[in-house]
Write a protein that binds this ligand. Sequence first.
Ligand SMILES: [Zn+2]
Length: 321
Amino acid sequence: MKNLIAVGTLAALAAFALAAQAQQQRGQQQGAPPPQGVGAASTDPGAGFGPAQLTTFKVRDNFYMIRNGQSGNCSVLIADDGVVLIDNKFEMDHDAIMTKLREITDKPVLYVINTHMHGDHSGGNAKKQELGAKVIAHENARFQMAMTQTKGLPTITLEDHMRLYHGEFILDIYWLGRGHTDGDIVVHLPNQNMIFMSDLFATWDPYVTLIDYPGGGSLREWTRTLDRALALPFTTVIPGHGGATDRAHLETYKAQLTRMQDMVREMNRSANCGRRGLAPADAAACATKSREGIQKMLETEFGWSGFVTTLGLDGVIREMQ
Ligand SMILES: [Zn+2]
């Protein structure tokens, strides 16, 4: 059963990415203003959701992002002996990523870090392993991946923290708690004042918060996880999707999650379906009506639809009692 849910999740993610891209293209056709990319918007033409075509952005010396709107960011950190990739998109993106990578360096890929198990971040693992790369992920992410695939599994995992020394970069990899899934890791670069947030911070426009409950996600815990990240020293933030941005943007994102928590909790409370004395049939009818109301609120206030709702709705109602 869990297997089927996980497969469904991965397929749904692909659909989500394509739907979001279509939404972005519609926005462009209508001459809509560019997505709110905060500070990055002025310097990075791909800020916000991302360009349609795979595009390389130089963020600083020895650090590039290979991006498009269809899947997660692929970040490239270059040292003398090779390259570390943070996420590597879908399997179908492998050849194009390698072509883009070879335009900036001929060094081998030493490590691929999967920020979490979703296929738009970890899909190219097996092909990178064939080239000699080692894949690093959280133990929970590897567990989820092992449910659905036999190749491309990470061979190095962490529980709470590990450190990778890579040229000028120190990569402090942390698991700070649940949120988008139960296996998202953040990568902190203390020397560069930078943090990679996985899909704990994905700057879709509008913000569409995917809480993957079958994948261990949690709205209730997500804000605490972000608090732990915000306690680290950094100025530049790399989201799981979207261009490089700043700390204030991440704080805004967290405030949206807090607002979602409060609104769901308040609607649960005012429906009060579990109150004493309600006959079981009436309690069930009340819960159904309340669920419909919360779904509508999440659609209008937070842009939920399709499988974002399917994966998240009952979980948030259950958690925010
Ligand atoms: Zn994801």
